[in-house]
Design a protein around this ligand. Structure first.
Ligand code: CTP
Length: 216
């Protein structure tokens, strides 16, 4: 099958030398891309700026901002059978971009921010995607309830739920421990493991659940 994967952070520019971003390393998304290639799938990897290299064999699309990621997803999504949105997309961007480097003046500075495109949330509603849709949810409380709500609200087939209040897993670390949330309130808890091992398990579940004869 052909899979689209988003990965890494986005950068939302403030001026020519500054941006808003987050600590996402891209490791989970890149591990998923590698595992999917290993399993014989075709992969389009749409990634924000990270320090790791793209796995061999993927079709790689580099983006910087949420808007660029949205535009790239819009281009590549229609030919895909499944999409995994693992990117840590910035939820807000500065309303104004200063063309020249901002100088410090007053003691306090307020940046006005606006919402970015909700890429996962647009996949069904705006982009008309009909394939198997997987989102990630990073939560610090009520993990499963929030993930189930996100699953329904965004029309997903699976949410990979991540308890980011636990040290040593998730954001910017080598290991992860997640629960898969599926329609009908079904959940599958996966043990803590390296992102490489977890990626193989996730790709196996996604391959099986997205098979045409699977009742989901
Ligand atoms: N996501 C996205 N585009 C955005 C923000 C998030 O595609 N602008 C995707 C992420 O890649 C992830 C999922 O949405 O798969 C969950 O992101 P999160 O920010 O936790 O979701 P929200 O619904 O925005 O939830 P919250 O209310 O907790 O911010």
């Amino acid at each position: 099958m052909r899979l689209l994967i988003t990965a890494g952070p986005t950068r939302e520019p403030i001026d020519p030398v500054r941006f808003l971003s987050n600590r996402s390393s891209g490791r989970m998304g890149y591990a998923l891309a590698e595992a999917a290639c290993e399993a014989g799938h075709e992969v389009v990897l749409i990634s924000g700026p990270v320090t790791i290299s793209a796995p061999e064999g993927v079709q790689f699309v580099h983006v910087e901002t949420a808007r660029e990621m949205f535009d790239a997803v819009q281009i590549y999504l229609s030919g895909c059978d499944a999409a995994i949105f693992s990117a840590a997309v910035a939820d807000y961007r500065p309303v104004h971009f200063a063309a020249q480097k901002m100088k410090k003046t007053a003691d306090k500075l307020t940046l006005e921010l606006e919402r970015t495109e909700d890429i996962l949330g647009s996949a069904r509603s705006q982009l008309g995607f009909q394939g198997f849709l997987v989102g990630f949810a990073a939560e610090t409380e009520n993990l499963i309830a929030h993930a189930q709500e996100k699953l329904e609200r965004k029309g997903c087939d699976m949410i990979v739920a991540n308890d980011v209040s636990q040290a040593g897993i998730g954001f910017d670390s080598a290991e992860n421990e997640v629960t898969l949330c599926l329609p009908g309130g079904r959940t599958i808890a996966l043990p803590r493991q390296s992102k490489t091992a977890l990626a193989r398990v996730l790709i196996a579940h996604i391959t099986q659940l997205s098979a045409p004869n699977d009742p989901k």
